[in-house]
Design a protein around this ligand. Structure first.
Ligand code: PLP
Length: 388
């Protein structure tokens, strides 16, 4: 976007950029919010000379605003919005060719595993699942044909923390690019490009949108060549978000910073309950000093996030009972919105990874801690655990 002073991270802070970057005043009315541009086509001044937009799959003003704002928040040059997080991931993965190899972190989101193993691999791409906290294992898995290392940090649902700078260095040593799924951390808490990653992907359905009312995805990169390839797929395949979806996501971004602060404060209160509870075997939250990724998280994140997982004494049956017994925490998939959600990953979000190296423990419960009244959340969970 030309002359977008508010997109400059050296000039403006995160909250200001979230509210202003990529969002010029409407030249006709001066409206302070970006209009929802519903037009599918745009008039041309002469044959072949248009004003930046010709057809809405190729480019749309509301989408441009979202892309520019998000790229600024991630500190990247190029942002490309998609109809879902999976469509964003797919657009990056489509640059792979038969014979190429990919390394996937071994507790990635189940949908990422499904996309790679059942859509991308049958097209001739080889892949390996690796524990990315083990640099020796990563180095052993890297090959001359490795094009991408695909990491999440913190991971879904085990909250494992991957050292972005160390993994980027190992990937770059063999000429591979590091892709980081930054959905859990959000650009408010972590900017992977600043630590050496080449590409950031997001499910904007989660914290970015923040209100469980819009599905979307985003790719951000500084790499001009990859950005062009992703933009090509965006237009050629057409998995684009509608203008209203872009507007909702952009609106979500404006309050991301304040929401994240509250998500984190509530997560800490919930963790305090869980660590002392006799029915809880293990609490997984990077903010705990005993968490194996705590130091790396403290180095590369600005806070520890609002996602908390825990293992319950009594195995799968007890875990499903807890997940079904809360009232304020609602039993549902997804995460990152204002309302608190509880789920059993083994049966729900990560069922597609059953029997694979990415299978999750069946005594695991995942919480997306929302921004409700802190005491209500703590009392709700305590009640559900006491029923065991
Ligand atoms: N990445 C992560 C970490 C996710 O949790 C999800 C969805 O849960 C996705 C990607 C996929 O995003 P979407 O559901 O928007 O397609």
């Amino acid at each position: 976007m030309a002359d977008d002073a508010f997109a400059d991270p050296t000039a403006y802070g995160f909250e200001t950029r979230a509210i202003r970057a990529g969002q010029p005043h409407d030249p006709t009315s001066g409206a302070v919010t970006v209009p929802i541009s519903l037009a599918t086509t745009f008039v041309q001044d002469e044959v072949g000379r248009h004003r930046g937009y010709e057809y809405s799959r190729t480019g749309n003003p509301t989408r441009t605003a979202l892309e520019a704002c998000f790229a600024s928040l991630e500190g990247g040059a190029h942002g490309r919005a998609f109809a879902s997080g999976m469509a964003a991931e797919d657009a990056v993965l489509r640059s792979l060719r038969p014979g190429d190899h990919l390394v996937l972190g071994d507790d990635a989101y189940g949908g990422t595993y499904r996309l790679i193993s059942r859509v991308i691999a049958p097209m001739g791409v080889e892949w390996s699942a690796v524990d990315l906290t083990d640099l020796g294992a990563l180095e052993a898995a890297l090959r001359p044909e490795t094009r991408f290392v695909w990491a999440e940090t913190p991971t879904n649902p085990l909250l494992t923390v991957v050292d972005i700078a160390a993994v980027a260095e190992a990937a770059h040593a063999v000429g591979a690019r590091l892709v980081v799924d930054n959905t859990f951390a959000t650009p408010y808490l972590q900017n992977p490009l600043a630590h050496g990653a080449d590409v950031v992907v997001h499910s904007t359905t989660k914290y970015a949108g923040g209100h469980s009312d819009v599905v979307g995805g985003m790719v951000v990169t500084d790499d001009d060549e990859l950005a062009e390839a992703v933009a090509f797929v965006q237009n050629a395949v057409g998995a684009v978000p509608g203008p209203f979806d872009c507007y909702l996501t952009l609106r979500g971004l404006k309050t991301l910073a304040v929401r994240m602060e509250r998500h984190m404060a509530n997560a800490r209160a919930v963790v305090d309950l869980l660590v002392d509870h006799p029915k809880v075997v293990e609490v997984l939250w990077p903010g705990l000093p005993g968490h194996p990724g705590h130091e790396v998280a403290a180095r590369q994140m600005r806070g520890f996030g609002g996602m908390v997982s825990f293992r319950v004494a009594g195995g799968r049956e007890a875990a499903t009972r807890v997940a079904a017994s809360t009232r304020v925490f609602q039993l549902a998939e997804s995460l990152g919105a204002v309302e608190s959600l509880i789920e059993h990953p083994g049966v729900m979000t990560h069922a597609s990874a059953a029997g694979s190296p990415l299978e999750v423990p069946d005594d695991l419960v995942r919480l997306s801690v929302g921004i409700e009244t802190t005491d209500d959340l703590v009392a709700d969970l305590a009640r559900a655990l006491d029923l065991l």
